[in-house]
Ligand binder design. Sequence first.
Ligand code: NAD
Ligand code: IPM
Ligand code: MN
Length: 357
Amino acid sequence: MSKKILILSGDGIGPEIVSEAVNVLQAVDCSFGLDLELEDGLLGGAALDVHGEPCPQITLDQARSAEAILLGAVGGPKWDAAERQLRPERGLLKIRSELQLFGNLRPALLYPQLADASSLKPEVVAGLDILIVRELTGGIYFGEPRGIRTLDNGEREGFNTYRYSESEVRRIGHLAFDAARKRNGRVCSVDKANVLEATVLWREVMDELAPQYPDVELSHMYVDNAAMQLVMRPKQFDVIVTGNMFGDILSDAAAMLTGSIGMLPSASLDKDGRGMYEPCHGSAPDIAGQDKANPLATILSVAMMLRYTLAAPQAAEAIETAVSRVLDSGLRTADIASEGMRVVGTREMGAAVLAAL
Ligand code: NAD
Ligand code: IPM
Ligand code: MN
């Protein structure tokens, strides 16, 4: 039976980059005989415009019956004034939560060809290979109570709740330790245990898990220091495991080490390894519709889908090798351009990857 893949292009540059990634997915489907069936759906502003909500039931139904989901990005100025509950970003949070996609893998891998594109010195980033494991369905993003209320003195107050249960920490911890086993055997858990109780518990639970992984070395770091260490000596890290908000922030920083946010793919997995795959960047309204966006993060997200959900590691490798070859050839989108390179648009970059396959 064929495997259904749900395609959610989303907003802004979403449709442009997803279209290139879909071409790549269809090409490996053919050459590796994967028997995939692609179906389109709506999420974010695109869904709000049609259905009046950013993550309608129909999208959730499609998502639940799919093996994997490919997402572009959501959000943009058109919907910034929408009611809080209806913002495109809420749609993304809802689908992550409804499908219990708690394990967000964000690999920051420097392609050697891009050492010049990084904002850091080439020797600081050469060989960089970090995996950020971000908890995605808990923490301050989802904690209740939350809202904006008016106080007795008439002034308004915004509030959110940072909370993590033991079992939530445990399951993301296991994911990180397991990942480290297949890599260089080191997990750095990032928290703010000097201030926030929710992360005091986080640290305790990570320590409790460690004896089950005697072959993995666990260390702890405060998030402010981690931000500093990431730009000072990034290669000290193997796996970083952290909560929802810290992971969001640190992964954007890590992305720049690899040359551009346009290079960073991600997988968001549930307990059974089903998942949603998307670039870490947003809908980039400033360049939407201009054929300027880098499609490689989305194309590399397809490779992650093949590896993690579709059990087709050779197809994944074929895509990663094709991307590397294209970079060898000197082709660059504007965000990763450096001297002497040929700058191309989204479509030409996508076509080049397809040709290299
Ligand atoms: P952004 O990631 O969209 O853009 C930040 C900067 O990076 C911009 O200058 C943009 O042009 C550039 N950039 C991003 N992706 C790129 C690519 N593939 N190629 C070249 N350049 C790229 O972040 P933002 O501007 O803070 O947010 C814009 C909108 O996207 C907001 O509505 C935000 O909520 C949303 N957002 C969505 C997601 C998601 O869907 N997963 C993630 C982050 C932000
Ligand atoms: C991301 C984004 C989202 C997040 C937003 C758009 C809800 O920044 O996927 O990194 O904060 O998780
Ligand atoms: Mn983000």
